[in-house]
Design a protein around this ligand. Structure first.
Ligand SMILES: Nc1ncnc2c1ncn2[C@@H]1O[C@H](COP(=O)(O)OP(=O)(O)OP(=O)(O)O)[C@@H](O)[C@H]1O
Ligand SMILES: [Mg+2]
Length: 468
């Protein structure tokens, strides 16, 4: 990382196709003591990002080739904690709001003054510092079950299921919208299980290209392919005795799915280029925000693999269906920030708290966490006011057309019943090896009703599941 002159001086990347903007940003920011590098288009910027450690990036929204939003997404894959500030013209302010939803920290409207630019960059750098501190804290307090915060009965029921699941060695598929805490749930299962003292290895199948994922998972022998100049143990071996989380499993290629299936069936695998097989004992947890059955229908996911992964399905409820959780999560994240900053308590004003309650949270807990991180930097005097929250939180359409129905008792109840029902039937089917007649007997309902319920919960009998 670049040497920092003071806590608020940083290493900054500016990306814009307009050379005049690049030049003036460079002048203004270098005068402030920052280190600045510039790129005239997205690809050049990504290249720099891979090679240099930046604290912050200023990215123009409208660029030929890769636009700012695409650049933001790609940059977050390379460096998830990078603080990104978007340049935008008034005409594209809606896209800027979209960018904030996608994780950008803030935006600066063009034309801007030196003062505006410097102030926004300073706040962005404070955010980068906070993020660094919280990563350190996270690493220090190894992710244990204590980190889960909840108040709602929906979440209580989900945690009870997770506790039960932890007692067994069954493969678990954790589903749920993005940001609902799927990875946290996987860690919870691991740390509550008898494997808690063994390794927990997580791999994000979406973030790693296919051939790399294969060698990461299976490892390789020296000389297995060009560049394999030493033997490498794969994640399957590293997780031996413990738990392997295959995150975003829906993104795995058909080829790797076939290899994984073989590992699950035979409990042995071969390193790339190896003659000998290696045996492993792992508990597999997979997670996805995709509808895997739909992917099976599109022939992009193997039904036999799904059947093996999905011995138990736990569905993480969306935040909007968790009555009472927003308040305790806000408290939790704000306390964490205050502790990290070593400062006094930070609170939400009653109006801000009400807005947080009313919002629909399409990005769930992760979005809530992002919005609070931003507000912690923007607030003054330890009280987060409505002015410190992004405008879209107050979007009337979302408030009236979406939030209300989703937090209504009926909607919450039906989301809960759907989650529990799907789980009950999927466990029942697994116990009966996919045999509907025998599962229906245990459930004491007719086969016809059983089939109707399976359809409702998107489940398939074994006969179909094995036809691939
Ligand atoms: N109940 C909770 N209590 C405290 N923190 C939570 C809770 N749920 C989620 N989080 C935090 O929210 C963030 C998102 O959680 P996580 O990564 O587990 O979600 P995810 O469903 O895997 O998201 P994605 O689909 O984006 O990968 C994490 O920082 C996590 O620590
Ligand atoms: Mg995840």
């Amino acid at each position: 990382m670049a040497e920092r002159v003071s806590p608020n001086r940083g290493s900054i990347l500016v990306v814009d196709d307009d050379r005049a903007v690049l030049q003036s940003c460079e002048n203004i920011l270098t005068d402030e003591g920052h280190e600045v590098q510039t790129a005239g288009h997205g690809m050049a910027a990504l290249d720099l990002l891979k090679r240099t450690c930046f604290d912050l990036a200023l990215v123009d929204l409208k660029m030929p080739g890769m636009n700012g939003l695409e650049m933001l997404e790609a940059a977050r894959r390379i460096k998830p904690d990078l603080v990104v500030i978007i340049f935008t013209a008034y005409a594209t302010i809606e896209t800027a709001v979209e960018a904030i939803k996608l994780g950008a920290f803030n935006y600066v409207t063009k034309p801007f003054t030196a003062l505006e630019l410097v102030a926004t960059v300073e706040k962005g750098l404070m955010r980068a510092d906070l993020a660094r501190q919280s990563v350190r804290r996270r690493e220090e307090s190894a992710a244990g079950p204590d980190n889960i915060v909840w108040q709602s009965s929906v979440m209580e029921a989900t945690l009870n299921t997770l506790r039960k699941v932890a007692q067994s060695d069954a493969n678990v598929l954790i589903t749920g919208e993005s940001g609902t805490g799927k990875e946290l749930a996987a860690r919870f299962v691991h740390f509550a299980s008898k494997r808690a003292n063994q390794p927990f290895v997580a791999v994000d199948c979406a973030a790693i290209p296919d051939n790399l994922l294969e060698s990461e998972l299976f490892g390789y022998e020296k000389g297995a392919f060009t560049g394999a100049d030493h033997k490498k143990r794969g994640l399957l071996e590293l997780a031996d005795g413990g738990t392997l989380l295959l995150d975003e499993i829906g993104e795995m290629s058909m080829n790797l799915q076939a290899r994984l299936l073989r590992v699950l069936q035979e409990r042995v695998f071969r390193r790339l280029g190896a003659e000998k097989v290696t045996s492993v004992n792992i508990r597999l947890i997979s997670s996805t925000n995709r509808d895997l059955l739909a992917r099976v229908r599109q022939e992009r996911f193997r039904s036999d693999l799904l059947f093996r992964l999905n011995v138990v399905n736990v569905q993480m409820p969306p935040l909007r269906a968790r009555q009472g959780d927003v308040a305790v999560l806000c408290r939790h994240f704000l306390d964490l920030h205050a502790r990290n900053l070593g400062g006094p308590e930070i609170r939400l004003s009653p109006e801000a708290a009400e807005a947080m309650e009313q919002y629909r949270w399409p990005g769930n807990v992760r979005e809530l966490q992002n919005i609070l991180e931003r507000a912690v930097v923007l607030n003054e005097g330890g009280i987060i006011s409505v002015a410190d929250l992004p405008d879209f939180i107050f979007d009337a359409v979302e408030l009236h057309e979406q939030a209300a129905p989703h937090t209504a008792y009926k909607a919450v109840r039906s989301a809960w019943i759907d989650g529990q029902g799907r789980q009950y039937f999927s466990e029942l089917l697994a116990r009966h090896n996919g045999n509907v007649s025998s599962a229906a007997r245990e459930a004491q309902i007719s086969r016809k009703s059983f089939y109707q319920l399976m359809k409702k919960f998107n489940l398939e009998p074994r006969r179909k599941a094995l036809e691939s």
